[in-house]
Design a protein around this ligand. Structure first.
Ligand SMILES: Nc1nc2c(ncn2[C@@H]2O[C@H](COP(=O)(O)OP(=O)(O)OP(=O)(O)O)[C@@H](O)[C@H]2O)c(=O)[nH]1
Ligand SMILES: [Mg+2]
Length: 499
């Protein structure tokens, strides 16, 4: 309880006690005076006052209840789970999702990815060297390893396939893997294919060394932004620092630093010279500078020591989430196809019956069309358990919405117009009624799909907005044409229209 509450309570208690003393004293005096006249009357009056006083006190306490009752403590926010635990929990959920995928090939592919993630907790930490062609990626790897492992060349596309090299840093328990990748933003089909491979490796990396040799070009910046948006941990490495005068280099570094977004910091941009080129001297001859990788090595050691384990766990979580998104996407597509088949079946199921229902007017149409059993089956596709009773209630409320929004009238007008050109004289009132019923079932079914997709919610704008949107979407030319064609074929199977 806050301190002021204690003070107020204490002052209140003292005042109440003082008032009670005065009251009791007054009552005794009053009783004494009244008892002189009649002791019985004195007892009755004073007793009445005491009872009334106690009643008032009880009522007062009752009203004050919310203030006197100790306030319920807010549940403490749970301590954030460690990334390893979060990743493990997320991976388990993803595996469950993958199991629900019906397409065998997709399920198998995603299952393998999930298994690869699961068995990778004690693997080496991957450092992927990534960037445009000829930025000096291979030269950096050679310099870091202290030996020439990859070919370095002035032309773009020197490294055509990714290469992996084992690496160990002193006093870092976890072993490392340096991955050399082909350059991005190269021309031609094969260049684009190589870029795709490089991007996938970057997306899978624990830490990316994003190598540039100048200010970021548009293509590089777009890729960098994509990686940052994904939440990838990276260092921006400006290679070929030997080519710039000191002031230019400082300005370039500032520009590069301004491109990073938190949590990346300006420390994550380093300038190095992996393989400096000889410089012509004024008096003739060439000056060969020594490679300088110190800023990169220092930052790498810091990052790996401070974040090494988190890098792996964060990356695992990121990859698991991406896998989960892919699995969810698959399941959604699969469910949409199942739902579509159910709607297709139900829309024609009642249509013939509606066509021969003698009830006049439009209002009954929506109610007659939407089948509660369809709602139940759609809910099952989305893992829900809507009972037939609930299905009926839902069907009825959507039917009311359809009528209220004028969708029923709109449907009949629309179909009458569409059918005129397709069915000429055959379509009289009854057939139109049946076909309209089928169309309304379709809109209702599609609306229910949205409702179940959103975990049995009509969303912020409510049922009306969903139904209206489905009505609009189903009016699209191609959808409408396909529907009318099917309707024309079906009408032929119904009982012949009476004059
Ligand atoms: N001036 C200067 N040139 C460098 C430096 N590092 C590399 N180079 C040159 O840059 C060119 C490209 O180097 P690579 O290491 O092959 O570049 P890469 O990024 O691996 O290129 P790809 O494999 O084609 O994508 C070569 O001519 C290197 O000599 C450096 O620090 N300074
Ligand atoms: Mg290379």
């Amino acid at each position: 309880m806050a301190r002021w509450r204690w003070i107020v309570s204490l002052v209140g208690l003292v005042l109440v006690l003082a008032a009670l003393l005065v009251l009791v004293d007054g009552l005794l005096r009053f009783y004494g005076v009244l008892a002189l006249v009649s002791p019985l009357l004195a007892r009755l009056v004073v007793g009445g006052i005491v009872v009334a006083g106690l009643g008032a006190l009880g009522y007062g306490l009752y009203r004050l209840r919310p203030f006197l009752r100790p306030r319920r403590r807010r549940p403490r926010p749970q301590a954030p789970r460690r990334p390893e635990e979060a990743a493990a929990a997320s991976l388990q959920a993803v595996q469950h999702q993958v199991d629900q995928i019906q397409d065998q090939v997709t399920r198998q592919a995603l299952r393998q990815k999930a298994q690869a993630l699961q068995t990778s907790s004690d693997r080496a930490l991957t450092l992927t060297v990534f960037g445009v062609g000829s930025a000096g990626k291979t030269a950096i790897i050679n310099a870091l390893l202290g030996q020439t492992v990859g070919e370095v060349g002035a032309a773009m596309g020197t490294t055509q396939t990714p290469q992996t090299y084992a690496w160990q840093l002193p006093r870092l328990p976890r072993s490392l893997q340096l991955i050399d990748t082909p350059g991005i933003a190269e021309v031609g089909v094969s260049g684009t294919e190589r870029e795709q491979v490089a991007r996938e490796l970057a997306a899978a990396a624990d830490l990316i060394l994003f190598v540039v040799d100048d200010d970021l070009r548009q293509a590089e910046y777009a890729v960098l932004q994509g990686l940052m948006a994904m939440g990838k941990r990276l260092l921006l490495v400006l290679n070929k620092a030997d080519r710039y005068p000191e002031a230019d280099l400082a300005a370039l570094l500032d520009r590069l630093r301004s491109r990073l977004v938190p949590p990346l910091s300006s420390d994550d941009v380093v300038a190095i010279a992996a393989l400096p080129q000889p410089l012509p001297q004024v008096g003739g001859g060439w000056l060969q500078m020594r490679p300088n990788l110190r800023p990169l090595q220092a930052r790498l050691v810091d990052v790996l020591r401070e974040e090494g384990e988190t890098l792996i766990a964060d990356n695992l979580l990121l990859q698991t989430e991406q896998l989960g998104a892919a699995a969810r996407q698959q399941i959604d597509t699969q469910r949409q196809a199942e739902a579509e088949a159910i709607i297709d079946r139900y829309q024609w199921l009642g249509a013939g019956a509606i066509a021969i229902t003698p009830l006049p007017g439009l209002d009954f149409l929506a109610t007659a069309a939407i089948n509660a059993q369809m709602v139940v089956e759609l809910s099952q596709v989305y893992g829900g358990e809507v009972s037939l009773e609930e299905g009926k209630a839902l069907a009825l409320s959507v039917a009311k919405t359809l009528t209220g929004l004028g969708v029923v009238k709109g449907t009949v007008d629309l179909l009458a117009l569409g059918l005129q050109t397709n069915l000429a004289t055959v379509v009289a009132g009854r057939a139109l009624k049946g076909i309209s019923g089928a169309y309304l079932t379709r809109i209702a079914g599609k609306s229910f799909v949205e409702y179940f997709r959103q975990n049995q919610s009509w969303g912020d704008d409510g049922m009306g907005a969903v139904v209206e949107q489905q009505f609009r979407l189903n009016q699209r030319d191609a959808v409408m044409k396909a529907f009318i064609q099917e309707a024309v074929d079906r009408v032929a199977t119904w009982a012949p229209d009476q004059p």
